[in-house]
Design a protein around this ligand. Structure first.
Ligand code: F0G
Length: 459
């Protein structure tokens, strides 16, 4: 008999989570104004709001925390982290920051000016926010097939090289501070970018004399997919693939809260000393001195260890197989999602499920609320609420997809939890035709409204 697959770790510490009744959840959801972000976490049984900062640290990471050096400048923890980053990415220079968006803030303060153009593959919201805040423009060049949730393709996170070249041709290189390649592509469903596509992007960057930035929050999951899906990479180690990926980039921003399995932290790493120096002033102003940048020494030590664990093949196989396991369960029940299953999450295709709810009534949000009411499972809307209003017309921007993201925290839940999630979703799926109305907005902020929006049910 072939031995079955099993987790590459065992559990040393547990945290109690509690179920609730449907009546309780209805009350709590109403009190939260039908915004899942407004729920107390104690009211959630399985929390799939995000895989960011929600992972479980290992015994070795906790041990590393005890060895943290809290010196203001030149801490041992900084040098440990520097070594880890160099080993996995090949980058010689880096600046710590308190999280990913802080890394964007520092780097973009140094390289972006008003009117600049930054092409990329589905820039993450904070990345786009930091670009637009500087009156520059993010141009999305993701492959069109990413919008077809049924297309079973290995690298749906890719950038469309023709679209990218059109942008590079159209604008002078002085107006293109960098190309932003997000690995994996979160917004497209945790879909990976192939090495071939990375090489193609780097070749275009070189041809047009512009720099290439990797938004690297989930770089290790991307490397795992290259190893398991791309020809010529199966015999290479994950770390070797990471080094090859980063060899094509000029710099990287990192939200360490994802693939480096820490609860807080980030960094920017650079190939070129001048780029590093150009960011130092902003790091000191916004984050902290260049050898701690908003992180405690202990957090840098845990991150140095987390980078090693996050690039371990057995760990990645455990993690990504769990996401795929949830996908398989949904297949059994006929529930549509962005195919194939992503690295960090399943993106349920809400529009295909709640066909009677008009898009103006926030379809993916409606599905998210139903899933919570059904089983206390909290996902997050990636749809019209997130897409926000057009800054000029103030009309809703309607994205082509309405997705409910179920992001799986690292090393936190078991496959029994996956079964529970799938069963809860199945119950909603089975009564989908009875759900005909969604929600209306009663309160919202002018930007990033989805975090604090207040809703009321229609019908
Ligand atoms: N880039 C990507 C691709 C991300 O997914 C995120 C965060 C960031 C940058 C920003 O990093 O949160 O450390 O400031 N994504 C989280 C999510 C919030 O839920 O997908 P941060």
């Amino acid at each position: 008999m072939i031995l079955p697959f099993a987790e590459s770790y065992k559990i040393k510490m547990v945290e109690t989570i509690r179920k609730s009744t449907r009546e309780e959840r209805e009350r709590w959801m109403k009190e939260a104004h039908y915004n899942l972000f407004n729920l107390k976490s104690d009211y959630v049984f399985i929390d799939l709001l995000t895989d960011s900062g929600t992972g479980a640290m290992s015994d070795k990471q906790w041990a590393a925390m005890m060895e943290g050096d809290e010196s203001y400048a030149g801490a041992r923890s900084y040098y440990k982290l520097k070594e880890s980053i160099k080993d996995i990415t090949g980058f010689d220079y880096f600046l710590p920051t308190h999280q990913g968006r802080a890394a964007e803030n520092v780097l973009f303060s140094s390289i972006i000016k008003e009117g600049d153009i930054l092409p990329g593959n589905s820039h993450f919201d904070t990345t786009k926010g930091h670009i637009e805040f500087r009156k520059a423009h993010a141009v999305d060049c993701t492959v069109d097939v990413a919008k077809d949730t049924t297309a079973e393709l290995p690298f749906k996170g890719n950038i469309d090289l023709n679209k990218l070249e059109d942008v590079l041709k159209k604008y002078p290189k002085e107006n293109i501070p960098c190309i932003v390649l997000t690995v994996t592509n979160n917004t497209a469903g945790g879909q990976p970018v192939s090495m071939e596509n990375i090489k193609g992007t780097a070749a275009l960057a070189k041809k047009y004399g512009v720099k290439l930035l990797f938004d690297s929050a989930r770089f290790a999951e991307n490397a795992y997919f290259i190893k398991t899906r791309e020809e010529g990479y199966s015999a290479k180690s994950v770390v070797d693939i990471c080094r090859e990926m980063f060899s094509h980039a000029d710099f990287m921003t990192m939200s360490s809260k994802k693939d480096a399995i820490v609860n807080i932290g980030g960094f920017i790493a650079f190939r070129d000393e001048e780029d590093w120096k150009g960011c130092q002033m902003y790091n000191i102003m916004f984050e902290g001195f260049i050898t701690y940048g908003g992180m405690a020494g202990r957090d840098m030590s845990a991150l140095a260890q987390g980078l090693k664990e996050g690039t371990d093949f057995d760990y990645l196989q455990t993690r990504i197989s769990q996401v795929a396991y949830l996908g398989k369960k949904l297949d059994e029940y006929g529930i549509p999602y962005q195919r194939p299953a992503g690295g960090h999450a399943i993106f349920v295709d809400a529009k295909k499920i709640l066909t009677k709810v008009p898009q103006q009534e926030y379809v993916a949000q409606t599905l998210g609320i139903e899933l919570y009411l059904e089983g206390g499972v909290r996902g997050v809307e990636i749809g019209t609420l997130l897409a926000d209003r057009d800054p000029v017309t103030r009309e809703n921007r309607y994205p082509s997809l309405e997705l409910l993201r179920l992001a799986i925290p690292r090393r936190v839940y078991t496959n029994n939890h996956m079964d529970f999630i799938a069963a809860a979703l199945r119950n909603v799926f089975e009564r989908r035709d009875s759900i005909t109305r969604g929600y209306k907005i009663v309160k919202e902020l002018p930007i990033m409204r989805h975090f604090t929006v207040e809703l009321e049910p229609l019908g």
